[in-house]
Design a protein around this ligand. Structure first.
Ligand SMILES: [Zn+2]
Length: 235
């Protein structure tokens, strides 16, 4: 089948010729397109408007390889953060091109209704944060904006955002979140998370520790298998 990305801004199109079954296995959106009754015998053509080409190519590579490539082709050095200097918005410095690509990929997962891809994005974020612990506190302040935009109330991914902030952020960061967060749900979830720790005496989980991230994966909400168990059967 053919997928056409159409940019309304500059009226440019990019075409991809793809075997549909792998997309249908992973994305509810593509499954709907492929299984819908058709009037024509022509090969299926799906037009997607205003999707970032780069994010879509990250998605396609993930479909075919099971790996999420968000690193730039040119070598991107890790952000240098001067902790002494305390810039006004430290999260802006730590939110690199790679994290921008991660955010675009997560947003695309929501648009294509692909829970598996979104879960893989959460794993990729955890892995990246483990490798860049120095900037984890700053990135932790920006990640909730992406996750709360592209998930629904009760999503396990939201629990990841909350646990990350509770584990990595400082008192000053919480002040900034209170003033700047556009997501009242997030601030409320932080309050619930804090109460578990201080009122109920529960140990605050560290999302960057442990080997199984399934409690942060959305597949549990739709009672489906983890993408890690499914993917081997696709090809
Ligand atoms: Zn899982």
């Amino acid at each position: 089948m053919t997928i056409i990305l159409h940019s309304s801004k500059d009226d440019v199109q990019h075409k991809y010729y793809i075997l549909g079954h792998a997309l249908a296995q992973s994305s509810t959106y593509f499954r709907g397109c492929i299984t819908a009754p058709r009037v024509s015998d022509k090969p299926l053509e799906i037009k997607l408007f205003d999707i970032e080409r780069e994010a879509f190519e990250v998605y396609l590579k993930w479909i075919y390889t099971g790996r999420l490539f968000i690193r730039s082709l040119k070598t991107e050095s890790a952000p240098v953060i001067d902790v002494e200097k305390q810039p006004e918005r430290p999260s802006d410095l730590a939110w690199t091109e790679e994290w921008g690509r991660w955010g675009a990929a997560y947003a695309l997962g929501q648009r294509l209704n692909d829970v598996d891809f979104k879960d893989a994005c959460i794993d990729a974020a955890i892995e990246k944060l483990r490798q860049e612990l120095r900037s984890a506190r700053h990135v932790a302040q920006a990640i909730p904006n992406i996750i709360y935009t592209y998930s629904v109330d009760g999503s396990p991914a939201r629990a990841f955002a909350v646990d990350l902030v509770l584990r990595q952020c400082t008192h000053a960061d919480f002040e900034a979140i209170r003033k700047e967060s556009a997501f009242p749900d997030f601030v409320g979830d932080l309050l619930v998370g804090t109460s578990k720790q201080f009122v109920m005496g529960m140990k605050q989980p560290d999302p960057l520790q442990g080997t199984n991230n399934c409690h942060y994966h959305e597949h549990s909400t739709v009672d489906a298998k983890c993408y890690k168990l499914k993917k081997a059967y696709w090809f």
